[in-house]
Design a protein around this ligand. Structure first.
Ligand code: WTA
Length: 645
């Protein structure tokens, strides 16, 4: 296996980097042995505070009571904007690259500050107060960042909803967060195709009576329906609002944002992050892991609808006074060279993307890459799913021409920021390994009985102590927070991922060990897709599992049992796909639907997913123990029906 291959840090990289290996080791040791003084120093260095904290941290992981920098006051938008104005007012804060290659915008810190202040006043004028939730359903346009920052300026709690989610998914999130303001756009554009955001929003809002204000950004100018008194054009709102808007002093532990993410069971949960710890760690990880130097152009290709967009397009980079690029489009439009052309066009130094994009582009051959220069690049990053060594090597040798380190960053919506990752000047790289923990992070591998695995080995990945950007609760459901993350292995946070640790202490994430799928780096709960499928009147039962997919990492495989009297057909298949699209969004569409006469269950009625996963992966000669099934002949029928799909 190519696992043992090591790429030592080149001397030229260490020389230029913020931290070398010795510094990483010393700082890591201190962050573990003396966390309060370590984090206190970092908090002074990275953020500007209106009032200092009384205590650096308090954490009770049994009760899920986690507090960092208690007693301190600060404001996120102040840290991301105001404090940079004196020195970087005219520096570009945000480069926007539109879906079409001839569309772009450059926005300075001063301009962004002004827009944010005006929109914050517009929110206030519509009655938004500190602690109120505001839902944001926007495409990848500068207003996405500006509206998030405007919420943070007045202490409103934003909940950004990915623009690819359907109206039903949007409705559920609006209702769960109990907000009265929505921010959307007339349409989005991706890969040359319009996305009907306002239309989706209208359908959602029909069932959200509490929403009294909808700000609409004009992106395409298409015809949209309009409700006078409720709907307000964003450009009108910022034109008429005043520019003076002092940043609200927030408590360190005040709620900052909610972001919904999928779990093993039930509906998506609202992960709640608070103010100071999150911002500190977003800024710190952005600086050290991406080795950010002043005036560099940094580009993270994620969508702001996901946590990666929150931490590494908006908050981390802007807190550090960086120039951050926001791309509206897709990697293959107009053609497969787009990413690399954008890198040349805007002289990007640091590029952060997902393995699924790398695999898709790798499939287009080297020519679209090689015809571009990429001389500005000096660091590459990946996130979202394990990267297979083959894709890593291609990224490293072809995209980075062997001179750019790759930071493979492991983390989660719940962790807020990067937890395990190389530091470019400090860590020798091994393709496919996220390598070593960031400062203050203490990973543990634990077996199913709760025993800690020491040294090299494999187990369930847990984190043994609280860190500043850790989620604080599930919005409105603290019990669910405890049950999902903190009760499996008492005293530790359980990630839901499996991992292996090698003889050098490097971590290799092996993937989810629960029923969460990772489709093209997007998290998707099997239970959510199943609930959508069983809404169809012909469906008796559905079970969804992941299967290996060359580009997406995992594909969605749905087993569907029909109610007697219904026959499988292509029309029915299409209806089921449309139903999932309507309930969740196109990202949750099953790749394969298998008509299953019945599903394998234990005597107590539990579906045996292990067997379903094997059948989906076509590992038919290795189905494991089927003796605990209520009716073992189900398996033979399932295999048989697979052959006839
Ligand atoms: C997976 C995205 C391997 C993992 C930031 C995790 C990864 C889930 C990596 C979180 C990586 C993320 N290597 N697996 N570098 N990064 N994952 O909440 O299974 O959308 O639990 O956060 O993605 O997905 P989420």
């Amino acid at each position: 296996m190519s696992e043992s291959k090591v790429y030592p840090v080149p001397a030229a990289v260490t020389e230029h980097a913020l931290l070398d290996r010795r510094q990483y080791e010393q700082m890591y040791q201190r962050s573990i042995s003396d966390p309060d003084s370590f984090w206190g120093e970092q908090a002074e260095a990275f953020l500007t505070w209106f009032k200092r904290w009384d205590r650096v941290h308090y954490a009770d992981l049994h009760k899920g009571d986690i507090r960092w920098f208690e007693g301190a006051k600060l404001n996120v938008s102040y840290n991301c904007l105001d404090r940079h104005l004196a020195t970087r007012g005219d520096q570009i804060a945000l480069i926007w690259e539109g879906d079409e290659p001839d569309q772009d915008k450059r926005i300075t810190y001063r301009e962004l500050h002004e827009q944010v202040c005006r929109f914050a006043n517009a929110l206030k004028a519509r009655g938004v107060r500190k602690g109120d939730r505001v839902c944001i359903y926007l495409p990848m346009i500068p207003e996405a960042a500006a509206t998030m920052l405007a919420c943070s300026r007045i202490g409103a709690v934003h909940s950004v909803i990915f623009g690819g989610f359907s109206s039903n998914a949007l409705r559920d999130r609006i209702l769960d967060s109990d907000c009265h303001v929505l921010i959307t756009a007339d349409e989005g554009v991706r890969g040359g195709r319009p996305v009907p955001l306002k239309e989706n929003a209208e359908r959602a809002l029909a069932e959200c009576p509490k929403v009294d204000t909808v700000f609409v950004v004009r992106r395409t100018g298409s015809d949209i329906t309009w409700t006078d008194g409720r709907d307000i054009w964003y450009h009108d709102a910022i034109r008429t609002a005043t520019v003076d808007c002092p940043a609200e002093p927030m408590d360190a532990e005040d709620s900052f944002y909610i972001l919904y993410t999928s779990g093993s069971t039930g509906k998506p949960k609202g992960v709640l992050h608070t103010t100071a710890g999150y911002l500190l760690q977003a800024a710190m990880t952005h600086k050290y892991i991406f080795d950010y130097h002043d005036n560099e152009v940094y580009w993270c290709t994620a969508d702001v609808g996901w946590v990666t967009g929150h931490s590494y397009i908006v908050y981390g980079p802007l807190a550090n006074g960086a120039t951050t690029l926001l791309f509206e489009g897709v990697p293959t439009y107009p053609d497969a060279s787009r990413f690399w052309q954008i890198i040349d066009k805007h002289q990007v130094s640091i590029f952060y993307t997902a393995p699924t994009a790398i695999r898709a582009l790798m499939g287009q051959g080297d020519e679209p890459v090689k015809k571009t220069s990429r001389r500005s690049l000096r660091l590459l990053g990946t996130v979202g799913e394990p990267i297979n060594p083959e894709a890593w090597e291609w990224y490293y040798h072809i995209v980075g021409e062997g001179r750019c380190p790759i930071v493979d960053t492991w983390w989660q919506t719940e962790t807020g920021t990067i937890m395990i990752s190389p530091l470019p000047g400090a860590t020798d790289l091994k393709p496919g390994s996220a390598t070593l923990p960031f400062f203050g992070i203490e990973p543990q591998l634990v077996d199913n009985e709760g025993n800690i695995v020491s040294g090299p080995g494999e187990g369930n990945l847990c984190i043994a102590r609280a860190w500043p950007s850790m989620m604080r609760t599930v919005y409105g459901d603290h019990e669910r927070f405890l049950n999902t993350y903190l009760t499996h292995y008492p005293g530790m946070y359980f990630t839901g991922d499996g991992a292996r640790r090698d003889q050098d202490g490097y971590y290799w994430i092996t993937g989810r060990i629960d029923d969460v799928l990772n489709i093209s780096g997007h998290r998707m709960g099997t239970a959510e897709i199943e609930s959508a499928l069983v809404l169809h009147s012909a469906v008796a039962e559905a079970a969804v599992v992941g299967y290996p997919h060359a580009i997406k990492g995992q594909g969605i495989y749905a087993y569907v049992t029909l109610i007697i009297g219904n026959a499988p057909s292509d029309t029915l298949r299409q209806e089921l796909i449309d139903l999932v699209r309507e309930e969740i969004g196109a990202i949750a569409k099953p790749d394969i639907i298998q008509w299953a006469p019945s599903l394998p269950k234990t005597r107590s009625g539990k579906i045996m997913r292990r067997i379903l996963r094997k059948v989906a992966a076509n590992e038919l000669d290795n189905l494991g123990d089927t003796s605990t099934l209520a009716d073992p002949s189900v398996v033979a029928r399932l295999v048989e029906s697979r052959a006839h799909q």
